[in-house]
Design a binder for this molecule. Structure first.
Ligand code: FES
Length: 189
């Protein structure tokens, strides 16, 4: 059985702010950072129980409103020289359709229901990686190495099979600048 507790629509948790979830045993502060990450920690400061949800959120920390201890939202630990830790809880952001909307009555396609995951940096490719066979593990490489490899492969393929042998399947999640680059690249050949 899932122990997830629905807290609030994402937009109802203010940026650099918090909401409090009351359980039978404790109050949990649910925080939203500047870059839209969500963290949940026990709403009680490890120093003298100050209400962390009323503190100032900066980066992935919160400054307690009572005596300004700085508490990490990632692991609940107080920043040195202070010593202490408050409990942390897992969080997740889920997307659900609006059951009252006449367009789809709450039914979402895979793209709509997973789009928010594309905004998470830990799910994104942030630098070039290559694998020369499908079975090989991906290996981080330099931009020069990856571009040289691609250029050579494209050139070989076009020389052997003609320019119509190359196509791009590009995602609707690309930004305008990304489309521009792909268009330039495709038209250049
Ligand atoms: S109670 Fe939080 S700093 Fe003192």
């Amino acid at each position: 059985m899932s122990n997830w507790v629905k807290v609030a629509p994402f937009n109802e948790i203010p940026k650099l702010g918090a909401r409090v979830v009351r359980t039978k045993t404790t109050d949990i502060g649910v925080f939203r950072t500047e870059d839209d990450r969500i963290f949940a920690v026990n709403n009680s400061c490890p120093h003298k129980g100050g209400p962390l949800s009323q503190g100032i959120v900066y980066g992935d920390k919160v400054a307690c409103p009572l005596h300004s201890w700085k508490i990490s939202l990632v692991d609940g630990k107080a920043e040195e020289p202070d010593v202490g830790q408050t409990a942390c809880f897992n969080t997740k952001i889920d997307v659900k359709g609006d059951p009252d909307h006449p367009a789809n009555f709450g039914r979402l396609c895979t793209k709509g229901s997973t789009l928010h995951l594309t905004a998470k940096l830990d799910n994104r490719l942030l630098y070039p990686e290559m694998r020369v066979t499908r079975e090989a593990p991906r290996k981080r490489v330099s931009w020069d190495e990856s571009l040289d490899y691609l250029t050579e492969k494209f050139a070989q393929t076009i020389e052997k099979y003609g320019s119509d042998s190359v196509a791009f399947y590009i995602s609707g999640q690309l930004l305008t600048e990304d489309y521009y680059v792909f268009n330039k690249l495709a038209k250049g050949h």
